[in-house]
Design a protein around this ligand. Sequence first.
Ligand code: ZN
Length: 173
Amino acid sequence: MSVRPIVLLGDPRLRLKGLPVESFGRFLHGLLDDMTETMRHAPGVGLAAPQVGEALQACVIEVGDRLYELMNPRIVRAAGDDRDLEGCLSLPGFYAYVTRREKVWVVAQNRHGKKIKVSGSGLLGRALQHELDHLDGKLFIDYLESMDELIPIGADEDGVEGADTEKAARALA
Ligand code: ZN
């Protein structure tokens, strides 16, 4: 396992749509292991393959000591709305309030190609939506009307240290 460089905003690879994962062998397992190590090292709660330069429909999420490895994931059901702070490892140093669905149900495949189902609300629900967006080349800033809505780390909207920032620091994905 190794920590890979994270692709940052401005790199066109972040905007590529991930290709479906069709091979569940050694290459994929090595990629997933590296993505998990890279996510933990950052640290963050999720990481998508395009963020390490691989245009594949694969992502990892770790919330509440549970690691999810999702290939070819898709949202099959969603409920409610939730507005909260969100950050991205590909855009370090900034957060923004993003409205997401409150709970989502996802169908995916695990590292062996077996069909799995994951549902989540709160941080897990947000991470699922954030990572699935990455697989479509979409970033959380695409939901903002203006880049002025970005909040620098260590400051709330008034430019003062705020508890919200600490919360958002756990939501990097
Ligand atoms: Zn991200």
